[in-house]
Design a protein around this ligand. Structure first.
Ligand SMILES: Nc1nc2c(ncn2[C@@H]2O[C@H](COP(=O)(O)OP(=O)(O)OP(=O)(O)O)[C@@H](O)[C@H]2O)c(=O)[nH]1
Ligand SMILES: [Mg+2]
Length: 297
């Protein structure tokens, strides 16, 4: 019997959803940050086995907020919950459970879909804390299985989670060719790698006000490398100054880190050119959100 399906990964910001996606796929396709709300749009990763194909959908973690960008992020979760076969609900040592997450848990129930609860980051918790989180979640939703793991500190976490998923996955077709691991474009992944490097190298607030667009992406035969030109969009002049840093030091470091990872991703030498552009209040303007994040929303 061939098993397949769409597995939605849901949870509050920073619990480790993108870490899980990357671990399951075995390649880094989603960005990871110690800062919350790293993921902005859903990222699909495909895992092919002898007798199964799982399409994981990593969703953005969101807080309740009226902000436009947050509303767009929520649309990705709604979309992931339109059509899915199994939900992996994740939480961490914060055990946060608010109305937004509760709404999604209700939706899973309404749709008669099964869910697995993954309690992540047990390396930061004691038994008592784990027990409390477990009872908090099980008091409002049903889970077929509850797993306590540490994605970063436990070698068999991946196997445990995969095994639980395969047990619950329905019979189904191979939806995608078996040689692709993601439906995301190279351009998107490159922009995300750059955004991750910025997120992880500047202060608290700025990451939520930046977008990255890849303007040019071409292979230069004569030089044997990819030429990539990307724009870093910020909302304010002050943010631009911080990203550039004194004497251009900061942007140089961001560029170097991003280039190394893009080279690894493309398996080729890369020449990366970064430009910082100011677009005032872009996170509040629908047309600009469409342009930088997703034209569909
Ligand atoms: N201590 C510890 N940290 C972890 C573990 N798993 C993930 N992390 C860290 O948690 C942080 C958040 O991980 P992400 O995968 O970006 O979380 P996310 O749920 O995708 O976050 P959003 O995209 O913001 O919703 C990163 O710094 C990870 O390295 C774990 O088992 N233990
Ligand atoms: Mg994420």
């Amino acid at each position: 019997m061939f098993k397949s399906g769409f597995v939605a990964i849901l949870g509050k910001p920073n619990v480790g959803k993108s870490t899980l996606l990357n671990l399951l796929i075995g390649e880094k396709i989603a960005i990871v940050s110690h800062k919350p709300q790293a993921t902005r749009k859903s990222v699909k990763g495909i895992l092919n086995g002898e007798d199964y194909q799982i399409i994981f959908v990593d969703t953005p973690g969101v807080h309740e907020s009226a902000k436009k960008l947050n509303q767009v992020m929520k649309k990705y979760i709604d979309e992931a919950l339109e059509d899915f076969d199994l939900a992996v609900v994740m939480t961490d040592n914060n055990g946060e459970l608010d109305e937004v997450l509760e709404e999604y848990l209700n939706k899973i129930k309404e749709k008669n879909k099964k869910a697995i609860l993954v309690i992540n980051k047990i390396d930061l918790m004691n038994k008592e804390q784990i027990k409390d989180i477990k009872s908090k979640f099980t008091s409002i939703a049903d889970f077929e299985e509850i797993l306590e793991v540490s994605l970063t500190n436990q070698p068999d976490a991946k196997e445990k989670i995969l095994e639980a998923i395969l047990k619950l996955l329905p019979e189904g077709p191979r939806y995608y060719e078996d040689d692709i691991i993601s439906t995301e474009t190279e351009r998107f992944i490159i922009a995300e790698i750059i955004r991750e490097k910025i997120m992880n190298s500047v202060g608290q607030e700025i990451p939520y006000h930046i977008a990255v667009t890849v303007e040019e992406f071409k292979y230069r035969e004569e030089k044997n490398l990819y030429y990539i030109k990307a724009n870093i969009i910020v909302e304010r002049r002050a943010h631009k100054m911080i990203i550039i840093g004194s004497g251009g030091k900061k942007i140089k470091e961001i560029g170097k880190q991003a280039r190394l990872e893009i080279e690894n991703f493309l398996k080729s030498k890369v020449y990366l050119e970064l430009w910082v552009k100011i677009k005032e209040h872009w996170t509040k303007k629908e047309a600009l959100i469409k342009e930088y994040i997703d034209p569909r929303f």
